[in-house]
Write a new protein. Structure first.
Length: 233
């Protein structure tokens, strides 16, 4: 969807960008409420998807587009292998005692459930919001490709203030830039969701996933297990 050069139209889109991606997360993070993050993410995804599908210029194929996966998968896996090795060394060297592989060792059923549900319930909805929607809706507002990548990355990063954790912000900024560049290269949510899932599942596995729990550490009892209410990383 192109943004008109009219100053009023530009201002409207700028405000529209700020409301859900910066003002909304600030209110969510610093007010007392009992809302878990995932349903809020789904509601935002539904709104973004509604706007996208109403736009006749939007390329609906980008919501999946499996064609580039075969070409980009080797590079994605090579980069992930390097990052994973570095991450394992850092967690084992600087992490708290017992942190490494804590979740799969202490609660393999919950870990298995996260590995299956996290890509579907969290990663793909985030792809719709922070890649497909932001790139389509605000591409002309930000202009240059590097600017829309940074806009997408900063929006993706800022929503993680709900966790009130500096490590979460650093990791999501790096991830947001990587996933934004990948979406720019491939125009494929399947490819970016695959890559996002690799890193997210890795973090939950090695022990860094605790950085993406809400600051109040609210959890829900599920069949006698402590299940984190916020896996929207």
């Amino acid at each position: 969807m192109a943004v008109s050069c009219d100053p009023d139209a530009v201002a409207t889109h700028a405000v529209e960008f700020l409301l859900p991606f910066f003002i909304g997360p600030t209110v969510f993070a610093y007010t007392r409420h009992r809302l878990p993050a995932i349903p809020v993410l789904w509601a935002l995804m539904a709104y973004c998807l509604f706007i996208l599908l109403r736009d006749p210029a939007f390329d609906r194929e980008s919501l999946w587009n499996a064609a580039p996966l075969g070409h980009f998968a080797p590079a994605i896996l090579r980069l992930f292998a390097v990052v994973a090795m570095i991450g394992i060394v850092l967690v084992r060297r600087f992490g708290a005692p017992g942190l490494f592989l804590n979740l799969p060792r202490s609660n393999p059923r919950l870990w298995s459930l996260l590995m299956v549900l996290y890509p579907v319930l969290s990663v793909y909805p985030q792809g719709i919001v922070y890649r497909a929607f932001v790139f389509d809706r605000y591409r002309d507002l930000f202009g240059a490709p590097w600017a829309i990548v940074l806009a997408s990355a900063f929006a993706f990063t800022y929503v993680h203030i709900v966790f009130r954790n500096r490590l979460a912000l650093v990791l999501t900024l790096l991830g947001g830039i990587l996933f934004g560049i990948r979406f720019l290269q491939t125009d494929s949510l399947l490819v970016t969701s695959f890559e996002h899932s690799l890193y997210g599942c890795f973090m939950f596995t090695v022990g860094v996933g605790r950085s993406f729990h809400h600051a109040s550490a609210r959890e829900t009892e599920t069949n006698g297990q402590r299940f984190p209410r916020n896996i929207a990383s």
